[in-house]
Design a protein around this ligand. Structure first.
Ligand code: ZN
Length: 211
């Protein structure tokens, strides 16, 4: 992707979120472990500070800056879609951390399918269901939550699936860092997706999606 004179870097989306006009850049540590998404501005900063160790992505974009007063030349930085940032192996620690639990990522983990009726619903119609109810000391963690439609959530109420006579159609799991990065970015480039998917465990629902 090639572009000129970036203006605003985000615009509001229909679902109330903010989507970058420029794709986000995926950073890796020196060992190639996925770290996080950064904006094109942040990527330019790494390039300008000579902190980009190597690049992997196929997609690149060029950002044009101001004119150099002495030479009259326009500055420009061409960034890759995947960059390894110099420094210590910072990524491994965060890679092994349990990612924060948010409804949006939870619903994406579960492919927006209700765990009880199997129906697919828009995000706005989904709820976070605690398999072991919150009121029965069920915890608010990835391993105890599934996506449920409002009707099923109300029907299940404050009961376990067994007591409610409702069968779980799939099991909860903790997404690893690579999957979490996929879940958080709504506009992943093909090469970024390909790279991250290699770091996602085989049992992830993400692979079922692409299958
Ligand atoms: Zn349902």
């Amino acid at each position: 992707m090639r572009t000129q004179e970036p203006g605003r870097s985000t615009h509001e989306t229909n679902d109330g979120g903010f989507r970058p006009l420029f794709p986000l850049v995926l950073t890796l540590d020196m060992h190639g472990v996925p770290h996080r998404w950064i904006t094109w501005q942040h990527a330019c900063y790494y390039y300008a500070k000579n902190q980009v160790a190597w690049t992997l992505g196929e997609n690149a974009f060029t950002v044009y800056g101001g004119l150099n007063r002495t030479t009259g030349q326009r500055s420009e930085i061409t960034a890759s879609s995947i960059i390894a940032v110099k420094g210590k192996a910072m990524a491994m620690k965060s890679f092994n951390q349990v990612p924060p639990l948010n409804n949006r990522e939870l619903f994406h983990r579960d492919r927006q399918l209700c765990a009880y009726c199997g129906g697919m619903f828009p995000i706005a119609k989904l709820t976070r269901d605690h398999v072991k109810p919150f009121s029965k000391s069920g915890r608010d963690i990835w391993m105890n939550v599934v996506t449920a439609c409002r009707a099923c959530n109300e029907k299940k109420s404050d009961r376990t699936p067994e007591l409610a006579g409702m069968e779980l159609l799939y099991l909860p799991y903790i997404p690893n860092r690579a999957e979490y990065l996929i879940l958080t970015n709504r506009r992943i480039l093909a090469d970024q997706m390909e790279f991250l998917a290699q770091h996602v465990p085989a049992q992830s629902r993400l692979h079922q999606k692409s299958a």
